[in-house]
Design a protein around this ligand. Sequence first.
Ligand SMILES: [Zn+2]
Length: 181
Amino acid sequence: MLGDDDTTARRLRLLKAEFTQHQQRGPDPTGRTATRAEAPAPIDLGVLDYMRAAVTEVEQHTRAADWSRPAGPVPDDASRVYEWAREHTAHLGKQHQQAREALIYRQGLEHAIAAGDTTVIRKHPCPQCGCYGLYWRPETGKAGCVNHYCTDDDGVSHSWTLAHLAQQHIASKSALSARAT
Ligand SMILES: [Zn+2]
C-alpha cells in the first residue's frame, strides 16, 4: 500500500482552517463587529488560489493518466481530490501509482510549509550524503543540506526540490514494502 494515509488531505484542511481563523481573529477596530460576525469568514484569497492550483494539478495529472476512462468532476471539497485521484487511477500500473503518490506527498509538504510548518523537511535524509540535516530555504524554495562537506563541485551546498524529496520518499517506501512481501 503506497498511500500516505490522508496526511496531505488533512494538511490541506488545516491550511484552510488556519487562514480562515486569521481572518476572524481580533476585534474590529471600527466596532462594527455585530454585523460582520454574521457573514461567513472570508478566506485569504491567496490561499484560495493556492488551493485551486493544487487541485488543478492533481486533476490534470489524473485525467492525463488514462484518457479512455473519463474521471468525472472533481469533488467540491478540495481535500477530497486525493481520494478521487487514487480512485480513478487504481487500475494503472505501479509506475503511475508511484508518480501519483509522489505528487500527493509533495503537495503534503507544500501544504505544511504554506501553513508555516517547515519541520516536515527534517524527516527526510539528504539524497546526497544521507544525513538528517535538511532545512527549508524559503528564498530558493528548496531544502538545503546543513553538512559543510555536502557540496557540489563549486563548493555550493546541495539543495533539493520538494518534488525530488517526495520521489525519493515514495521510492524508498515502495522498496521497503516490496521487500516485506
Ligand atoms: Zn547532504
